[in-house]
Design a protein around this ligand. Structure first.
Ligand SMILES: NC(=O)c1ccc[n+]([C@@H]2O[C@H](COP(=O)([O-])OP(=O)(O)OC[C@H]3O[C@@H](n4cnc5c(N)ncnc54)[C@H](OP(=O)(O)O)[C@@H]3O)[C@@H](O)[C@H]2O)c1
Length: 452
């Protein structure tokens, strides 16, 4: 608290004295799209609740957008709308809330805000992942804070869990469904029989998908979130190119059905596991046994399983995307800044650890079971050709099912699913090269890991 500032105590509904600072915390909001509108809604409609919990008012000074003529879903801030990013540097602004997305302008906004002496709140995982190191360093130099709870898993307070609530532990594994859009699309396809393309459009209409949904469905978004958690939990900066990444765009509805018949659900799973002194990392659609909690996560929900050496296994679940869940996390960050909590915890985060980063386990050494789906020629010798290739690379088969061809009954190709025993990714990659040359199978061969 600044010396000379005036503090008063008021009584809350429960007769507990709460400290109320006279001066409001003033916020410039950059971006009034899905998330920005939700933040404004909470700040305006729940002003009294927030004042009580923050100990002072949180006041919006300006709302910066690209197109001032656009119709908005919130009307409370019409008078505050601006198009000039200069507004973030105004003397009376304490905090800049970056909610525009992308990394170029967003990066400039955060840099300019820090240089002008403002704290920053952002929901932008792409920015944190790409420029986090530089921005966090700048924040540190300027004695300012960057809060980013909304950048991972939307409304689930997972950043706080990893950095504060589980701080007594060495985290040993993080496994999570971190992309609400992909999970929503998979749910629409499997449970509601919606085509992949229609499910993507529905996700966009609901405000779950990024403006360019490619990053959601190709696994990039989940991988970016995983790298943020990895840096906080293991003090290690992982390059997106340093671990296997695959999205749901490679899946057919038939794969979801075959997996179901075998007792599994397919989810886009992001994994970070500590093996001695190295880290196993991957983000891939993965078969998960139906009995596991993670298999039961539907729509835009996320779930993260974290294992710590003291606490054991913990699960966190909630809406991973969408207007109000994401706004919930952004406003909580604002309250943390207003109270002064974030200013105390930010300098202690494991973002600038001086210890050696952990090496990433080479992908070839990752050991798992696999689901292999072929479109195989319906003729004698096909099975022998496939098993010979797998055998040459010591990939052992646990089970094999041939399905009837869907739709075109006269097709000469039939779906064939093989479940392997444990083997290394390197063995599978070597087998993949030979399978790609095998004339007995069609081109769109799919290989997915199985979670035990
Ligand atoms: N949507 C979600 O469920 C979700 C969940 C978690 C995190 N996030 C993150 O939250 C951030 C915002 O996402 P969103 O879904 O709210 O995006 P959005 O709906 O596309 O809104 C973006 C807003 O930023 C404004 N904007 C864009 N470029 C600008 C510029 N150069 N100058 C000024 N304003 C600019 C736009 O102005 P106009 O309105 O005038 O075009 C719009 O109001 C992203 O980083 C995203 O990754 C989103």
């Amino acid at each position: 608290m600044k010396s000379g500032s005036v503090v008063e105590f008021r009584f809350s509904e429960t007769n507990v004295a709460v400290m109320v600072s006279e001066r409001p915390m003033r916020v410039a909001i950059v971006g009034l799209g899905t998330v920005g509108s939700g933040v404004v809604k909470i700040l305006v409609e729940q002003a009294e609740r927030i004042r009580r919990r923050a100990g002072r008012e949180i006041e919006i000074t300006s709302v910066i957008v690209r197109d001032p003529t656009k119709a908005r879903s919130v009307s409370h801030v019409d008078d505050l709308i601006d198009t000039s990013l200069e507004a973030i540097k105004a003397d009376d602004v304490d905090v800049v809330c970056e909610l525009i997305g992308g990394t170029t302008t967003a990066g400039d906004v955060v840099r300019q805000a820090l240089l002008a002496g403002k704290h920053v709140v952002t929901a932008n995982k792409a920015l944190i992942c790409e420029q986090g190191e530089e921005l966090f360093q700048l924040a540190r130099e300027k004695n300012k804070v960057i809060c980013f709870e909304a950048a991972v898993a939307g409304g689930i307070p997972i950043i706080e869990a990893v950095t504060q609530s589980l701080a007594a532990n060495q985290i040993t594994s993080i496994e999570g469904i971190l992309n609400g859009t992909s999970n929503y699309i998979l749910t629409e396809m499997f449970d509601r029989n919606v085509s992949y393309d229609d499910a993507v459009v529905k996700a966009q209409k609901k405000g779950y998908a990024e403006a360019d949904p490619a990053m959601d469905v190709d696994g990039t978004d989940a991988a970016q979130k995983l790298t943020i958690l990895v840096q906080l939990a293991f003090g290690t900066k992982a390059d997106l190119k340093s671990f296997p990444r695959q999205g749901i765009d490679s899946l057919d509805l038939a794969d979801l059905r075959y997996a179901d018949q075998l007792g599994f659900r397919i989810k886009l799973l992001a994994v970070a596991k500590l093996h001695g002194q190295s880290l196993e990392l991957h983000t891939q659609p993965t078969l998960i046994r139906k009995q596991q909690p993670m298999a039961d996560v539907y729509d835009a929900y996320n779930m993260i399983e974290i294992e710590g050496d003291a606490v054991g296994r913990t699960w966190f679940s909630g809406m991973g995307a969408g207007q109000m869940p994401t706004a919930s996390a952004v406003v909580s960050d604002l309250i943390d800044l207003a109270v002064g909590r974030a200013q105390q915890t930010f300098p202690l985060l494991d973002l600038w650890s001086e210890r050696e980063p952990l090496p990433i386990l080479p992908a070839e050494q990752i050991e798992r079971r696999y689901y292999l789906r072929f479109h195989a020629m319906d003729k004698p010798g096909t099975m022998a050709a496939i098993t010979a290739i797998l055998g040459r690379h010591q990939v052992s088969i646990a089970s094999c099912i041939q399905y009837e061809a869907e739709g075109k009954s006269n097709s000469s190709f039939v779906p064939l699913v093989i479940m392997t025993h444990h083997c290394q990714e390197g063995q599978m990659r070597a087998a993949d090269l030979e399978l790609a040359e095998c004339k007995a199978i069609g081109k769109n061969y799919l290989r997915l890991p199985i979670r035990e």
